[in-house]
Each structure stands twice: as C-alpha cells, then as structure tokens.
Ligand binder design. Structure first.
Ligand code: PEP
Ligand code: MG
Length: 411
C-alpha cells in the first residue's frame, strides 16, 4: 500500500519569486506533495540548492532517474536517501540539487502519512505523545533579507516565555509585530511599512535603534522582557565577516569588530535587551568563539545555523567544542529528511535544543510544522506574517486539537 508508484516534479515559485522544485510522489491510493525552500544567507557547508544549470537541470536529472524511486516503501526514508545517493554521490547534492533531495524526501514522508492515515509528524517519528514547538517570529529584518537602509543584523525575533496556549503565543507574536509597526510609523513619517523577506519590518535605521524600538514594542504592550516575552537576534555573522581582514564589518552602521570586539558586542546586546536567543553570533567556522558565549550565557539559547548547517559531522565538532546549546534544523540544508533526522537525533542525545526553521525563500507548504513536532523542537522559527509563514502557524493550530498532542513544549 505504501510503495511508491510514481514520481513527478515541476518548477514552481517560492516566496521571493525564485524558481524552486516541487515533487509529487504517489502510492496506489494517495499523492504527497512538497516544494523546497531556499536561503539568502546560505552556509558555506550546506547542501547546494541546485546543480549548475539550476532548477531545470535538477528537474531533468530527477525525471531521468524517477524509476529509481518506484517500488520503494514511502515510509522508508533511509531507502529514499540511498536512492538519492545512487544518483548523486557528492556530499552536498551538487549533482541533483538539495532542493530536489528535499522535495523528494518530504513528498515521500507526506504520502506515507496520507496512505497510512496518520499525521505527518507521526509518520516522521512515531511515539505516544507529542508537544508543539513555541513559535519564534521575525519582527524586524535587515542584512541579506532587506534593502540597504535596514540594519546589518539580519533578524530581530520575538517569542513567549510563559507557557500558554498555542493560539495565545501566536497572537502575542502578531501583537508585538503590529505594535512595532505602529512605533516605527510614529518615529518616521516616511516609513513605508516595507517588510523583509521573512515578513519582519524593514525600517531605515541602525542596529541599535532597531533593538531599542523592538524592546519598546514589547514593553509598551505591558510585557517585561525576559519574563513573559523575549527578544532573539539572528546575527547571521558570516554575512558581516571578512576572512582576509578577520573582522566583522558593519557597513550600514559604519564600524568594524575584531573577534574579541564581536564577542563583547554580542554580550552587551544580550545583557541590555535581556536577549534569550542568539543565532550565529560569530562566523560559520568560529566554533571556539561561539563556545565563549555558550559558557558565558548558560540561560540563553546560543544557536548554530550557518555554524552547524544541519550537518551531522559538523554538529559533532560543535558538540565537542561546546560551541552551542541549540541548533537550527533546516531540512534543505541537509538535503534529505533522513539526514536531517540523523542530525536531530544527535542533537537530542547531546542536550542540544532544536529549532526547526523556515528559509527566507519559502513555499506555502506546512510540513516543517510537523518536523518541529516530531523532533521535539523547542522552537519553530517561521516568521509571523506573510502567507508562506502563516501556513506553518495555522498548521500548528490545526494540529493542536489532535489527541496525540500534549500542549506546548518547555523552553
Ligand atoms: C536564517 O539565517 O536563519 C534564515 C532563515 O535565513 P536564510 O533562509 O536566508 O538562510
Ligand atoms: Mg540564521
């Protein structure tokens, strides 16, 4: 019943208007569908989104090799991964493209769930009960996700600390985003209400002003930072890092940091704004520098994204260097769902908290909500506004009524 009978791919568009791959995988009775997301601040060691020749080439390779998936049990992600590897033996999917690896493996998980009439999260990882991850939302964007006047820092994020219902925590993120829009408009009558790739506001201001007004948005709603809600920052520091000069160059704000200065810069922001979530505070190969922050701030989620790139081997290095206490899980950084789950298992076994995450270029799919649940992720980083972001939040709301769900996870 769950054996794959057909594989069909097509090129569609993502939220940034770029081409991406969508795949339909069928069993005798059902069809699962998934489209790959894509990043703008891409880690050096993540899977290549496409081969040379782009989405068209990737699709041609899939079409030429579709027969390799026929007859595989759609519940068997390892077999899907092995079939992908017979087509592309590189370690970064540079032949077939990580986007196709993502879409094939996710569509297969989807059809496996549909055919068995179980939720996708259970099909990915079967256990008795599940908890929902807490949504982490982007309220203000800069860096690679916004135009030149916006801050160098890529993302200012918000999430709730006090345990409440999933609807409440989503609504709180929406309220903070909305309030920030009001404050930005009050501060600057020329503010266009422009938004970054992930739906956060993209104002014309520097890092400091952006952090200050984001904190004020939370406080003016009556929240105490670090109590009911907290801010997070994705520094996406590889965007600022200049390898030749070994310095972090903040073009827009007009300053540079040595490694030591970068660590103090981040530490100061954490303390002043009671930040509880810090992603890629240093560049993607600075494992030892990250470990300074991890030991300095044990109560803050010190998160690897470009640092760990959902790569099992790189995570092992981060664990042995004690570089982070949390890691981003982006299935398309790994390529296949099987490899992403290997990464998730390794993280869990080593007390590394997981943050399942969207990409800045997203599809309208909602499967990552299920990935977040099945991996026991602490947070689901998926934006606040924009149809492609809300799709994941709405899926959490739908799932929240399921018998297998036991409320929200703990931070
Ligand atoms: C990120 O850096 O966490 C992110 C979501 O951005 P991108 O998808 O551009 O890598
Ligand atoms: Mg990031």
């Amino acid at each position: 019943m769950t054996l794959i009978t057909s594989v069909r791919g097509r090129i569609i568009y993502n939220s940034r208007g770029q081409s991406t791959i969508e795949v339909d995988i069928s069993t005798k009775t059902h069809t699962g569908r998934a489209a790959a997301p894509s990043g703008a601040s891409v880690g050096r060691y993540e899977a290549a989104a496409f081969p040379k020749g782009g989405a068209r080439k990737s699709l041609d390779i899939l079409e030429d090799n579709a027969s390799k998936f026929i007859g595989i049990d759609s519940t068997d992600q390892k077999a899907i991964y092995e079939a992908l590897k017979t087509i592309d033996s590189t370690d970064n999917y540079s032949v077939i493209g990580g986007s196709t690896a993502y879409a094939v493996s996710m569509a297969s998980a989807q059809v496996a769930a549909l055919t068995q009439d179980i939720p996708l999260y259970k099909s990915i990882h079967s256990k008795e009960h599940y908890k929902l991850p807490i949504p982490l939302g982007n309220i203000l964007g800069g860096g690679a996700h916004a135009g030149h006047g916006a801050p160098d820092i890529q993302e200012i994020l918000v999430f709730t600390l006090a345990s409440r219902s999933i609807r409440d925590v989503i609504q709180t993120n929406i309220d903070v985003h909305k309030q920030l829009g009001v404050l930005l408009a009050e501060r600057d009558i020329t503010f266009t209400r422009g938004r970054s790739d992930e739906g956060g506001w993209a104002p014309n201001m520097n890092n400091e002003q952006a952090l200050e007004i984001s904190a004020r948005a939370c406080e003016s709603l009556g929240y105490t930072l670090g109590k009911e809600v907290a801010l997070g920052v994705d520094f996406a520091s590889s965007t600022q890092y200049n390898q030749e000069q070994d310095r972090y160059i903040y073009d827009r704000a007009g300053f540079e940091n040595s490694t030591g200065e970068q660590i103090e810069f981040v530490s100061d922001i954490i303390k002043r704004y009671k930040i509880k979530y810090v992603e890629d505070a240093v560049h993607e190969e600075a494992f030892k520098d990250m470990s300074i922050l991890t030991s300095r701030f044990p109560d803050v989620l010190i998160v690897g994204d470009d640092l760990t790139v959902t790569n099992y081997t790189i995570l092992q290095k981060a664990i042995s260097d004690k570089s982070c206490n949390a890691a981003i899980l982006k299935v398309n950084q790994a390529g296949s769902l099987y490899e992403a789950m290997q990464f998730a298992d390794m993280a869990t076994q080593n007390n590394i908290k997981l943050i399942t995450s969207h990409r800045s270029g997203e599809s309208n799919d909602s499967q990552i909500a299920h990935v977040g649940i099945s991996t026991d992720s602490t947070l689901l980083k998926t934006g606040i506004l924009g149809g492609e972001r809300v799709a994941k939040l709405n899926e959490l709301l739908r799932i929240s009524g399921n018998d297998l769900i036991r409320g929200l996870g703990e931070l």
